[in-house]
Design a protein around this ligand. Sequence first.
Ligand SMILES: Nc1nc2c(ncn2[C@@H]2O[C@H](COP(=O)(O)OP(=O)(O)OP(=O)(O)O)[C@@H](O)[C@H]2O)c(=O)[nH]1
Ligand SMILES: [Mg+2]
Length: 216
Amino acid sequence: MIVRSAEFELGAVQPVQWPKDGLPEFAFIGRSNVGKSSLLNRLLNRKSLARVSGKPGKTQEINFFRINDAFRLVDLPGYGYAAVSKTSRSLFAKRIETYLRERQPLIRILQLIDIRHPPMKNDIEAHQWLTTLGVPVCIVATKRDKLSGSKVNPAVKVIEQTLASGYPILPVSSEKNVGIEELWSLLETDLAAFEQNLAPTQGDGLVGDNHAGENE
Ligand SMILES: Nc1nc2c(ncn2[C@@H]2O[C@H](COP(=O)(O)OP(=O)(O)OP(=O)(O)O)[C@@H](O)[C@H]2O)c(=O)[nH]1
Ligand SMILES: [Mg+2]
């Protein structure tokens, strides 16, 4: 992918703020600190378009990044931190759940999991819930540089067996720029499929207009 333009559009706290032009979207979800914002920056070749921090819980809003005026990358707040709802009904902050459930232009969910550890309880629960949404998922195993080469494949196997959903798993390192081309290939394939399947009609992608404010 040649990134000709990448701009931060907005950080949304209400569905009414979501962009309405229907450009296809890829959402990045995962535990706080797993490396979502770092991966976004690496994909876009920008040092700090998305804010990265050593402190978990840095990303609180739903951040929309517009790429090549053709699609969006969406950086979601992390789960497993303060924003997580205590009720068993909700795995994530209401804001994330509403977005994932209702966002019409969403064509792929990228769930990030730290390659160093087997998926945690909330990763597994999140994954199971994500697979019910009808949007394809890709697991991105992050921080690959933290494992020696021979440990990468076994770690990927553990993630695969634990989640047992059959979705692809891509090990990446944002720090060392590993696996990024492979991830772009997947996104490009998704975009090509989206363009082929879409017979654009007026009003496509306007979901979000009718939603009243969230109750958070
Ligand atoms: N070694 C290594 N560190 C990484 C990598 N990706 C991210 N990190 C580090 O992990 C920490 C968290 O990264 P972020 O990108 O802010 O994580 P996040 O998932 O966006 O976190 P929240 O916004 O809190 O949900 C930072 O200190 C990053 O430098 C990687 O590929 N390798
Ligand atoms: Mg972040």
